[in-house]
Write a protein that binds this ligand. Structure first.
Ligand code: SF4
Length: 478
C-alpha cells in the first residue's frame, strides 16, 4: 500500500523546523546551535575538507559536545595534511572574529583548542580554522530542517565507544554485575584511601576532608577540601556556630569586604561575621585562600560555597557529628527508600535564622524556608564521603556486620542527579537514554563513572589501545 503525507502537515513541519534558521538572522546566517549540531553529526563534506590556509584536514573525531562553560567540543581528533593526529578542543563561532570578540584569546579554558570552526570569515585567520559555509553536505536550509527533526540530545552512532557493542552482547545480569563490580571497586578504593590517611592523621581529619570536598560539588572540590583538612584547627577557640561560620568564610576568602544587600538581616549577619573575623584574620593569614581559588561562574544559588560553608560550620561545631554518623551506620536495616530520609534526619543541622532564609550573604530574604542540605547533595555525600568513611572505620575496628550493611546501603542507594559525565557515558558505552533503567541506583552510576575514570580517561576519543572492550568480550565467554 502506498500513501502520502498530507502536504499541509509537510508544510507545517517545514516552517516549524526551519524557524530556527529564519528567526535568528534574516541575512541567512544560521544560529550557532545549528552549526554545533552540524559539527557534532559531521554534516560536512568530510572528504576534501580544507582549512582557511588551503591544507586538507581530516576529522577523525569531532569531540564530545560540552554543554557547560568552555569550548564547544572536547577531545576532538583532527589530522592536518602531512601531520600526525592532534587531540584537542574545537570552538564553533559564526565568524572568525568571534575568537577575539568572545575573549577566547586570553582565556585559559580555551588553551587546548586545536580548531576554530566558523560559518564565514573575511581575512585569513591566524588560528587553524575551517569555514563551513561552502563545505556542508546539504544546503543550510535543509540542515535546519534536519536539525529540527532529530530528537534533542541524540547522538551520532559513529561516536559510540568500542565497548558499546560488546556490552550490548552481554546478558543483562552480566552487564549489571560488571557495572556494580566497578562500583564496589570505587567504594573500596575510597575506603582504603581514608584508612591510609587515618593511620597518620586519626579519623577526624580524613572525614572532614571528604565531607567538605563533596560539599564543593563539581566546581569547587579543591578549595573545599583544603578547608576541610584545616577543619579541626578551625574549631579551636570557636564558641558558637556563628563565629565558626565567620572563620570559615574569612579563611575561604569569600567574606565580602562590603555588603550592598538591602536585607537588614544580611547587614546584621555581615557585621557579626566581621566582628569575629577582624580579630581572627591575622592569625589565619597563611591559610587564607584567594578569591580566585573559587569557581563561582554558572553556580546555582544552593551550590554557592558561602552556603556550603555555613552548613559545614554546623556539622564541624557539633562534637557528636562523627559518633552520629557511626550510629547511623549501625542502626537497623533501612529499606532503599528509607536510606536517604534516615541520613537526612540524622544529619539535619539545627535551625539557622539567617541561612534558612538567604541563599547567599548578598541575597534578599526569602519567605519560604530554605534547607541547608537537600536530597541530591546528601546522596553525593553518602556515596562519596559518608559510606566510604563508615566502611573504612568499621573495617579497622573490625566490625564485619557493619561493613556488610554499609556495602548493602551503597548498592541499594537510589540514583542521584544526572550529570554531563554520566550522560556522555550512557551514549558512549551503553544504549543512550534507553539505558537509564540500568542506572537506577547511585552505585550503578558510580560504577559507570569508575569505568570512565579507569578506561575512557586513559584513552582518547577513538578508544585507542583501550583494553575494556576485550575484557567485556571475555565476560560474555565466562
Ligand atoms: S575508551 Fe574504552 S571504556 Fe571508554 S568508550 Fe572507549 S572502549 Fe569504552
Amino acid at each position: 500500500m502506498s500513501w502520502e503525507v498530507h502536504p499541509s502537515y509537510r508544510e507545517l513541519r517545514r516552517s516549524a523546523f526551519s524557524s530556527c534558521l529564519l528567526n535568528e538572522d534574516r541575512s541567512g546566517t544560521p544560529p550557532e546551535r545549528l552549526l554545533q549540531a552540524v559539527w557534532f553529526h559531521q554534516r560536512l563534506r568530510r572528504e576534501g575538507l580544507v582549512g582557511t590556509d588551503g591544507r586538507s584536514v581530516q576529522i577523525l573525531h569531532p569531540g564530545f559536545w560540552n554543554r557547560e562553560a568552555g569550548p564547544d567540543f572536547r577531545k576532538a581528533v583532527v589530522r592536518w595534511e602531512g601531520e600526525a593526529p592532534l587531540q584537542g578542543d574545537v570552538e564553533i563561532d559564526l565568524h572568525s572574529r568571534g575568537w577575539k570578540a568572545h575573549g577566547h584569546l586570553d582565556n585559559p579554558a580555551y588553551c587546548k583548542v586545536v580548531l576554530h570552526v566558523v560559518w564565514e570569515t573575511e581575512a585569513e585567520p591566524r588560528f587553524p580554522t575551517v569555514v563551513l559555509k561552502h563545505q556542508l553536505d546539504a544546503p543550510i536550509e535543509e540542515l535546519a530542517q534536519w536539525h529540527g527533526a532529530i530528537p534533542g540530545g541524540s547522538w551520532p552512532p559513529p561516536l559510540a565507544g568500542q565497548c558499546r557493542m560488546p556490552l550490548q552482547h552481554l546478558a543483562p545480569d552480566t552487564q549489571a554485575r560488571l557495572i556494580l563490580d566497578a562500583a564496589e571497586t570505587r567504594l573500596q578504593q575510597k575506603a582504603d584511601r581514608l584508612t591510609h590517611q587515618a593511620r597518620s592523621q586519626g579519623w577526624e581529619i580524613p572525614l572532614w576532608s571528604v565531607v567538605f570536598r563533596a560539599l564543593g560539588y563539581k566546581q569547587n572540590p579543591w578549595p573545599m577540601q583544603k578547608l576541610g583538612e584545616l577543619g579541626l584547627k578551625m574549631k579551636e577557640g570557636c564558641d558558637s556556630v556563628g563565629s565558626l561560620q565567620a572563620r570559615l568564610l574569612g579563611v575561604s576568602g569569600l567574606l565580602p569586604h562590603e555588603l550592598t544587600s538591602r536585607s537588614p538581616e544580611a547587614q546584621q549577619q555581615f557585621r557579626h561575621y566581621w566582628d569575629c573575623w577582624w580579630r581572627d584574620r591575622d592569625s589565619w593569614e597563611e591559610w587564607t585562600l584567594p578569591r580566585s581559588a573559587w569557581n563561582l561562574s554558572n553556580l546555582r544559588p544552593n551550590n554557592h560555597p558561602q552556603r556550603r560553608l555555613a552548613l559545614a560550620a554546623h556539622w564541624l561545631h557539633d562534637p557528636a557529628f562523627s559518633r552520629r554518623l557511626e550510629q547511623w551506620g549501625r542502626d537497623g536495616h533501612p529499606q532503599p527508600r528509607e536510606l536517604l530520609p534516615s541520613l537526612l534526619e540524622a544529619l539535619q543541622p539545627p535551625k539557622d535564622p539567617f541561612w534558612n532564609h538567604h541563599w547567599t550573604l548578598r541575597s534578599s530574604r526569602t519567605d519560604r524556608p530554605l534547607s541547608l542540605i537537600g536530597r541530591a547533595r546528601m546522596t553525593d555525600l553518602a556515596v562519596n564521603a559518608i559510606l566510604p568513611w563508615i566502611l573504612a572505620r568499621a573495617g579497622e575496628k573490625p566490625l564485619p556486620e557493619v561493613c556488610k550493611e554499609t556495602r548493602r546501603r551503597f548498592l541499594e542507594w537510589p540514583s542521584t542527579q544526572d550529570n554531563a559525565v554520566l550522560r556522555q557515558a550512557r551514549h558512549r558505552l551503553l544504549s543512550g537514554e534507553a539505558s537509564k533503567p540500568l542506572l537506577k541506583t547511585a552505585a550503578a552510576q558510580q560504577g559507570l563513572l569508575q569505568i570512565v575514570g579507569d578506561f575512557c580517561e586513559r584513552s582518547d576519543s577513538l578508544c585507542s589501545h583501550c583494553p575494556f572492550p576485550d575484557f567485556v568480550r571475555g565476560q560474555g565467554e565466562v
